[in-house]
Design a protein around this ligand. Structure first.
Ligand code: FES
Ligand code: FE2
Length: 332
């Protein structure tokens, strides 16, 4: 059953301009996921829109994915609108120019030789069932590690939940260290205690979470591993349920961000037949909470200097770490 947002009366009111204003750039540098591997089939051109840009994705002759600008440098046609794949290159529907996975023009009909033009694009990787693109001023100097649960037979096929909110992706990430909200949004009975550690583009927070599920308090580990600004893996383990969530946060434009959650539920080894029921319970409990957050995010402003209580120091730590993904001018 799809989750529907509650009717939002605020949406009908004029919007405070501060709710769409951020001192930091829209796209921090790092790896982002726009597609799961199975969403990009050989021979297809998939149209996307992220980072305020029209983009396309396709697979080259060797099956490796490419993500590039959508508009043809010849005369501006959108390659996702009628473009097709020929010999591992994308062919423009307007005058037949072809571009390889590296963006280079490989054919221009009626030209003596192919013009030296190319489609802009991104370094791309594929693993863990995901297609990653890198945004940065230079070549990537670090990689997102493989996420074991994605290919493991001990985990069920993921619950895939995509939502969009009018908020900067940094604020979506701050959510994981906002200890107080776990009580109000996620039904956690006691204050969360987290330990923060970071090294370069990687950071982790480890802690425990006790929450009410079906009327009982259940104790869980709650460990989040961050790989740059766009990818985070959250592992919760408890007697009742163990879940690994891959949280993918990607800027769509300067006002809107996407959060895609892939929840991998561990198949109980002694009672594998319970897995579908666990999935149903998890969907009912967790996905509605994310919608509550989206409703708050849609109207929240960015507080550059929030009034933080002692136990909310994680937000400060996260902001300090996150600043490395912005150009120096914008670092706090
Ligand atoms: S606009 Fe693409 S080939 Fe002319
Ligand atoms: Fe949350």
């Amino acid at each position: 059953m799809p989750f529907r947002p509650r009717h939002d009366k605020l949406a009908a009111l004029p919007r405070d301009p501060r709710a769409d204003a951020y001192p930091m750039p829209t796209v921090p540098h790092g790896w982002y996921v726009m597609l799961r591997s199975h969403e990009l089939r050989q021979g297809e051109v998939v149209s996307l829109h992220y980072f305020g840009r029209a983009l396309i994705a396709f697979r080259g002759a060797d099956d490796r994915p490419a993500v590039r600008d959508a508009h043809c440098p010849h005369y501006g046609a959108h390659l996702g609108s009628g473009g097709k794949i020929v010999d591992g290159a994308v062919e423009c529907p307007f005058h037949g120019w072809r571009f390889g996975p590296d963006g280079q023009c490989v054919k221009a009909p009626f030209a003596h030789r192919s013009p030296k033009v190319s489609l802009g694009g991104f370094p791309v990787r594929e693993h863990s069932g995901l297609i990653f693109v890198y945004v940065g001023s230079d070549r990537p100097t670090w990689e997102v590690p493989e996420i074991g649960e994605a290919g493991s037979r001990h985990f069920a096929k993921p619950i895939d939940d995509v939502c969009r909110a009018r908020i900067h992706i940094q604020e979506m990430r701050e959510n994981i260290v906002d200890e107080s909200h776990f009580h109000f949004i996620h039904g956690q009975s006691e204050p969360l205690v987290q330990e923060w550690q970071s090294k370069g583009p990687f950071a982790e927070v480890r802690g425990r979470i006790r929450r009410r599920i079906l009327g009982r308090d259940i104790d869980n580990t709650f460990d989040a591993f961050m790989y740059g600004p766009g990818v985070m893996v959250v592992r919760t383990e408890g007697a009742f349920l163990s879940v690994t969530a891959i949280a993918l946060t990607t800027p769509i434009d300067d006002r809107t961000s996407e959060m895609r959650m892939l929840y991998y539920i561990r198949i109980p080894s002694r009672f594998p037949f319970l897995t579908p029921a666990l999935k149903i319970i998890f969907r009912r409990e967790a996905l509605g909470e994310v919608r509550e957050e989206v409703r708050i995010w849609d109207h929240k402003i960015h507080q550059p200097r929030p009034v933080l209580l002692t136990h909310e120091k994680g937000i400060k730590a996260l902001r300090r770490w996150y600043a490395q993904f912005y150009p120096p001018l914008h670092r706090a």
